[in-house]
Design a protein around this ligand. Structure first.
Ligand code: SF4
Length: 456
């Protein structure tokens, strides 16, 4: 059967889509690039916030309205896990729904595909979990799923269940296979990456895993860690990150707020704990890039609590800040709390925190002007710059894929190249760079199209 898969939501959901694709391809079903060519339309939904649910429903509706006779629509993933009825109410003609993690069930429901669509068995070990290829020389490695934390605003533990780590052996196989495919950057993701191994009773399981991973794929120059939980970034983890040559000095640690009163209501670690983790990371890696995210407009957030958040951002001078306006998740404790703020106040506060953090980001980017960095080139084709001449897009080690800034490099370089550049201009999020030479190989083995399950 030919299927067309649409993935909504976050990077972790995209990793889930890869898992689904793997199950489908094992059943000899083949991916097609447009809905028109498909026998089956699949939507992997996001149900994390209301806006994501609305988007999920409108995508399903649009596909349903445009579908040809005989085409089926399956709606799967986070939204159908928690709000299947809302999907069916909005689009009753959907053929089937499946919750999150039901990838094998979806494949099983389709049965084996026609032999005419037979494809070669992929070379990746069948036991290893799938990963994400972004069409760039980077890949996500999902090390665990689910979450045991009690954050009051979050529906993830209900959707994904308890934290469960993938086995180190499977992840190492996966990483090896990716490295052999030419991937130059592995981005470790999970709901809470610092919980890795806890379900097996390990302490500092993530530090141990990083040591093994670094040794196993020494040919991957950048290993990047996302979604650390404050208080779980131990001195040993920070010291391990600092010591391993291919683990980059970068950490994403969502902190959610900068007021202890709000953090208490959110059932999140205190500012003292957050500061300890930041201090551990900064003292082990003085050049570390810190990314964090905050929620503004949590129920009952007062102006002075919001001011505390701004002061915390000012105090810590984070390199990258992402902010979200709070939106209630049915079924979470926060949704039942009083004190909802108006959209106008939430949007105002969002604007204020983004203005502050953008100023900090620009100041930091300006300190990079005149310095040299390695840039991992992502774009497959150069584009014409406004000032004339060709530029390619990449990232320094300070920027994670999809969420942080870019480095615009003059010249023509292949995707996967590691290029030494001098920064000669700074924008709030992006850098303008001139090459000063190339470092390492131009990754001749990298070929995004050769990676199976790319979802593109
Ligand atoms: S740690 Fe993250 S995924 Fe887990 S409950 Fe809190 S916000 Fe949700």
């Amino acid at each position: 059967m030919k299927y067309h898969l649409v993935t909504l939501g976050c990077a972790k959901n995209t990793v889930d889509s890869m898992r689904l694709e793997r199950a489908l391809r094992n059943g000899r079903h083949t991916s097609v690039g447009t809905p028109d060519e498909a026998d089956l339309l699949l939507v992997n939904t996001c149900g994390f916030i209301d806006a994501a649910k609305d988007e999920s429903v409108s995508v399903v509706r649009a596909l349903d309205e445009g579908r040809k006779p005989g085409q089926q629509i399956y709606v799967v993933g986070c939204m159908t896990q928690i709000a299947k009825d809302e999907v069916l109410e909005a689009v009753p003609t959907v053929d089937a729904t499946f919750g999150a993690e039901a990838w094998d069930d979806i494949a099983a429901s389709l049965g084996p595909a026609d032999a005419a669509f037979d494809i070669p068995e992929p070379s990746m070990p069948s036991t290893s979990i799938p990963m994400l290829d972004l069409g760039m020389p980077s890949a996500y490695l999902k090390i665990s799923d689910g979450c045991d934390r009690p954050c009051t605003f979050c529906i993830i533990p209900t959707i994904k269940g308890r934290m469960h780590s993938d086995t180190t052996e499977r992840l190492l196989n996966e990483a090896r296979w990716l490295a052999n495919s030419g991937v130059r950057e592995l981005v470790l993701v999970a709901q809470d990456s610092t919980a890795y191994g806890e379900d097996a009773g390990e302490r500092d399981g993530l530090a141990t895993f990083l040591e093994r991973l670094s040794e196993h794929v020494p040919d991957v120059p950048w290993i990047r860690l996302m979604y650390a939980y404050p208080g779980r970034v131990t001195p040993r983890l920070a010291e391990t990150m600092a010591r391993l040559p291919n683990v980059v000095p970068y950490l994403d640690m969502p902190l959610q707020h900068g007021s202890d009163a709000v953090l208490r209501r959110m059932k999140r670690p205190s500012l003292r704990v957050a500061r300890q983790s930041i201090e551990a990371v900064r003292s082990a890696m003085p050049d570390v890039t810190l990314r964090t995210t905050f929620i503004v407009g949590y129920p009952g957030e007062t102006e002075s609590e919001f001011q505390e958040l701004l002061s915390f951002v000012e105090e810590q001078q984070f390199d990258h800040v992402g902010a979200f306006t709070y939106s209630p998740q049915p079924g979470t404790p926060a949704a039942a709390e009083g004190g909802a703020l108006s959209e106008r106040v939430k949007q105002q506060r969002y604007g204020r925190i983004m203005e502050l953090s953008q100023g900090i980001a620009l100041k930091k980017n300006r300190t990079m002007v005149g310095r040299e960095f390695d840039v991992l080139i992502e774009s497959e084709h150069p584009t014409e710059s406004q000032g004339g001449g060709l530029v390619v897009v990449g990232r320094t080690v300070r920027d994670a894929p999809e969420v942080d800034g870019l480095a615009l490099v003059r010249g023509e370089f292949a995707a996967g190249s590691m290029v030494r550049v001098r920064v000669d201009g700074a924008l709030p999020y992006d850098l303008l760079c001139t090459p000063v030479g190339t470092q390492g190989v131009s990754s001749p083995s990298f070929n995004a199209a050769s990676l199976p399950f790319t979802g593109r």
